[in-house]
Design a protein around this ligand. Sequence first.
Ligand code: NAD
Ligand code: WQD
Length: 337
Amino acid sequence: MKILLAGGAGYIGSHTALELLEAGYEVVVADNFCNSSPESIRRVEALTGKTVAMYEADVKEKKILQKIFSEQEIQGVIHFAGLKAVGESMEKPVIYYRNNIDTTLSLLECMEEFGVKQFVFSSSATVYGEENPVPYVETMKRGACSNPYGWTKFMMEQILEDVARANPEMSVVLLRYFNPIGAHPSGRIGEDPEGIPNNLMPYISQVAVGRRDHLTVFGKDYPTKDGTCRRDYIHVADLARGHVKAIAYGASHKGVEIFNLGTGTPYSVVEIVEAFEKVNGVPVKHEFGPRRAGDLPESWADASKAEALLGWKTEKTLEDMCRDSWNWQRRNPNGYR
Ligand code: NAD
Ligand code: WQD
């Protein structure tokens, strides 16, 4: 079965490409490399000994997509292609809405034209918004998002639900990721953010490797045990395996299904820093600063639905996540560059 990964050269896409190839799927990648490098897919090919059809393509552009769909017998699509920096989305909302929503619409139009009926979407825990209590369950209503990035995910979920309702032959799986960290244990592929990282783990790794002086822990007065925010960190390899399960599930189920992909166990910022230092034997200089606007005190998944319906649960530990993040950073201090 041949799967198109839109945005497949990125952090989660490249790990998913690897897992799909290892599970026997054929993989086609379409990416404009606006936040990635083709090197990630070359390394996936080297790690698996298999080839990937790779297109440099803006997924908003229907003409290029039509060429891909006519050259490749695509049977399912996983849509990773999106801009994802929360802060940037507040400064450049139009660019975020245009990119994230147009990529989705162009993919849906081409799928209809070429009779492709299976769609898996990279959604986010951010769609639970600020009102829902933790742990988040898929049956909860989507909540008001605190930034345009989150709203694009909220809107794309709605679009995909409407499309599946109108077309009973469609299968749509919405995967709500929690906080992906870690890297493939080989240290050959991993997360390679442009500029100053927004997310915690790449920031920690860059402090540890000497690229940044210190980590600022955003807030220590939250109503948690140690006063710092708690999140559901998930190893990217576990997350990638979740996509293989979602593709298998979608092949025999029509309609929309939503799955949380998380571990179900939250850790605080301080716990992450301490685990990283302990597992890797490296210091992470850190200081406490004010809260970051928009951060929720706690976010974690009820992950039982994915286990029940997909037969998927996480296998990696926090130690694995810290070790593999550091292994990738240490071997590739400047990412793919
Ligand atoms: P990433 O930036 O590494 O990957 C996204 C990929 O999409 C990149 O390779 C980028 O070049 C590509 N892309 C963006 N716009 C494109 C376009 N118009 N045409 C073609 N390619 C385009 O990010 P990631 O962490 O791998 O995230 C993948 C998806 O998962 C995104 O949709 C993101 O919003 C979602 N997600 C990520 C996280 C996270 O914390 N990493 C959490 C929840 C959801
Ligand atoms: C984690 C914790 C910070 C950096 C974001 C998006 C979300 C999803 C995942 C895409 C928080 C703290 C961070 C730093 C810190 N992405 N922190 N110092 O905010 O949970 O989620 O990425 O869908 O939509 O909002 O992840 O890694 O930014 O932060 O103290 O320099 O680390 O305050 O508590 P977040 P994160």
